[in-house]
Design a protein around this ligand. Structure first.
Ligand code: GLN
Length: 305
């Protein structure tokens, strides 16, 4: 397979597309992003990296950060985390509140907002927000082998200013005893982790720890058992109520963010980052999903054979 040529073809097709989805507008700083952009980057198990399009342009990783907070929380709490958050697909939008009432304050999974707030609250225990964010950035920088990964304070402030719904979710969790730190601290940490910026090149490198490549020389950040579990959750819950459609079309575990990025793992083979700011009706990158469908098909990477 000529991966360089394939990525160039995918990028050219994305550039020519006129129906690009809609940029997230509920976070004002994200509403200003130019929707004509598209980038893709692939890290292979043999260490090679290939990119096309706007792969060196930083964007807001948003909910993709939930992978890194989950990895830290599992490292810190182990399986006791699962007393506070479930691991089933939700079938509801990422910021939905209705299911929380039915299920008495235990969010369906760690990737919807309510679940991610619980995960962030769990890693905040005994630390300050600055220490927790520092730990998360250290993890990501080590994974990406790149110190130049930072939080965009303007995006964090913009999220806080318009965070009424996340605040409602946190209050709801608190009423069921499933928030242990002060909710302002958990929300502040969450808004800042969502505001981490990376390029496609950095994001693809940061995902290599989830590839579980045999004989890899990469630093082992988490155990193989946890890698399998995080990938399983990405497959079943990583695109919210669009997870079934993504599994059907792409056949790989992935995690999206409303900034338009998606991190996708081809187990044992590749870590892939794609970015295009326009979103589909589920809040996942429209062209990013389409690009992944083509890449997985042409590379023969679906986990379903
Ligand atoms: N920061 C966003 C929010 O909390 C993350 C959502 C997302 O990326 N789907 O609403």
């Amino acid at each position: 397979m000529d991966i360089e040529n394939l990525l160039e073809r995918i990028s050219a097709a994305a550039r020519a597309e006129t129906d690009r989805g809609a940029v997230a507008d509920y976070i004002p700083e994200l509403a200003r992003i130019d929707p004509s952009q598209f980038g893709i980057s692939v890290c292979l198990a043999n260490g090679a990296q290939y990119s096309a399009g706007d792969a060196a342009t930083p964007f807001s990783i948003q909910s993709i950060s939930k992978i890194f907070s989950l990895a830290l929380a599992l490292g810190r709490l182990g399986d006791s985390l699962w007393h506070r958050v479930g691991r089933e697909p939700s079938g509801y939008a990422f910021d939905s509140i209705v299911q929380l009432e039915y299920e008495k304050g235990i969010p369906r999974n760690p990737f919807i907002n309510a679940g991610a707030l619980v995960v962030t609250d769990a890693i905040l225990a005994g630390s300050t927000p600055a220490e927790t964010l520092g730990e998360m950035l250290r993890f990501i920088r080590t994974a990406a082998d790149d110190e130049d990964i930072r939080i965009n304070e303007r995006v964090a402030r913009s999220e806080k200013a318009t965070g009424a719904r996340n605040t409602a979710l946190a209050n709801y969790l608190l009423s069921y005893g499933n928030m242990h730190s002060a909710i302002e601290l958990t929300l502040g940490t969450y808004f800042h982790q969502c505001a981490i910026e990376m390029t496609c090149e950095q994001l693809a490198r940061s995902g290599r720890f989830l590839m579980n490549a045999p004989g890899s020389s990469l630093p082992r950040l988490i155990s193989s058992a946890r890698i399998r579990r995080i990938n399983a959750l990405m497959m079943t819950c990583g695109q919210y109520n669009g997870s079934g459609d993504f599994a059907f079309r792409v056949g790989l575990p992935g995690k999206s963010g409303v900034g338009g990025g998606i991190l996708v793992i081809a187990p044992n083979r590749a870590s892939i980052a794609v970015w295009s700011p326009g979103l589909n009706s589920y809040g996942n990158s429209k062209l990013g999903t389409e690009a992944m469908e083509v890449l997985a098909r042409e590379a023969g990477w679906s986990v379903f054979g």
